[in-house]
Design a protein around this ligand. Structure first.
Ligand code: SAM
Length: 370
């Protein structure tokens, strides 16, 4: 394998220019940004790649570096400008955020296919995965990787492609980039640098799950993945206790049962829809109370990808002031008809409304005419 070398010019955060050479641009920029690069760039991060030139050998890269280092700042700026001119008359590249299928390869828009064909470069979370999609549609655009482990360094390289007038499409493995997937950092970088960022809409698992859940779709909150650390997870769930809007979470098959149980423990046995393997052969939406759905997946081991869509707390359950005794007893009856033990139901209604257990118990007795 032949090793490529590059001479490059960086702009430091204080505007000063630094010239160097390397055989791995991505790693080198990351190094400068972690303060472990050249002494000159330490404390001057983040750096921005302004120019790079491929050289056939290390010696040539070193010679070119020495040549550029001798130049004045103005002359270096001319090199940068000249490079941009060569690649498109100072045209600025556009960053497209292309949604791709979440399972079914047919779920991609005509516009996304056209853009993936037309751009100079596709930045993909996993190039092997995206290559399958591209070869299905006979698209041969060059691919490069952009994932959570190279976001920092690679972001700069993608910005330099945009600077060179090239259009770049960002895709993730599935769905919309930036939604529980890499994208946010690059979008911020591109916006800060004045590039146009264009969304190319398409699938996002959360939207398909919400609309098929049977739970209110007028207002919902997307929480993404709950934190893995129990303490942090419980903190997030605690904050959700009085949320009236429908709640949406992403979850893995390994943790789905545990998460559903934890939600039930902290938020009560509410209605839920668990959407599994959307748009794929084994697509299913399991609806019911949390306890029903837990039972379902304890009997049929959970496989695939999951979205949890959870009922929000009802406004009148949240505010004890609006509860008449009859309201409290109706809530208890509602839980009992959903399979709750009466004593547990009274406890739960007391918890949800912030009313004393005795008051709820009295309301039930009154409703029963006792
Ligand atoms: N960017 C994606 C989107 O727009 O939905 C989300 C990527 S995130 C890394 C992956 C998670 O999304 C999965 O763990 C699952 O929770 C959810 N997901 C993705 N595809 C899905 C599908 N076909 N069915 C159900 N959930 C899915």
């Amino acid at each position: 394998m032949t090793v490529k070398f590059y001479t490059y010019i960086l702009k430091c955060s204080d505007g000063r220019l630094y010239t160097g050479y390397t055989n791995d641009l991505e790693k080198r920029i990351a190094k400068h940004n972690t303060g472990k690069g050249a002494k000159f760039t330490r404390g001057r991060g983040p750096v921005e790649l302004m120019f790079s030139e491929e050289c056939p050998s290390k010696e040539q890269a070193m010679t070119r570096e020495a040549e550029i280092k001798k130049l004045t700042r103005q002359e270096k700026l001319e090199i940068i400008k000249g490079d941009q001119k060569m690649t498109g008359d100072n045209k600025k590249g556009i960053l497209y955020l292309c949604a791709t299928p979440i399972g079914n390869l047919e779920d991609i828009t005509l516009r996304a296919l056209r853009i993936l064909k037309e751009v100079s470069l596709i930045a993909a979370e996993d190039t092997r995965h995206t290559r399958k999609l591209l070869s299905y549609y006979d698209i041969h655009t060059p691919l490069t990787s952009y994932h959570e482990h190279n976001e920092k360094g690679k972001g700069q390289i993608l910005i330099s492609e945009l600077n060179a007038g090239k259009d770049v499409a960002l895709v993730s493995d599935a769905g919309t980039p930036g939604i529980s997937d890499p994208g946010y950092e690059l979008v911020c970088l591109a916006i800060n640098e004045g590039f146009t960022v264009v969304p190319v809409p398409g699938p996002a698992a959360l939207v398909s799950a919400v609309v098929s859940s049977g739970l209110p779709t007028d207002r919902f909150v997307f929480e993404g993945f709950l934190p893995r650390v129990k303490k942090e997870r419980n903190k997030v769930l605690e904050q959700m206790k009085s949320e009236e809007r429908t709640l949406v979470f992403y979850e893995s098959p390994r943790r789905i049962i545990k998460t559903l149980k934890e939600i039930q423990k902290l938020l009560g046995d509410r209605k839920v829809a668990v959407a599994r393997e959307l748009t794929k052969i084994h697509e299913e939406v399991v609806r019911g109370l949390l306890s029903d759905v837990v039972r379902h997946f304890e009997e049929k081991s959970p496989k695939g990808e999951f979205v949890i869509v959870l009922e929000g707390i009802k406004g009148d359950e949240k505010n004890p002031q609006v509860h008449e005794a009859s309201g409290l007893s109706l809530m208890v009856i509602d839980l009992v008809t959903r399979g709750w033990d009466k004593k547990e139901a009274i406890k739960e209604v007391a918890r949800r409304t912030g009313t004393g257990r005795n008051a709820v118990y009295t309301a039930v007795l009154e409703a029963e005419g006792k």
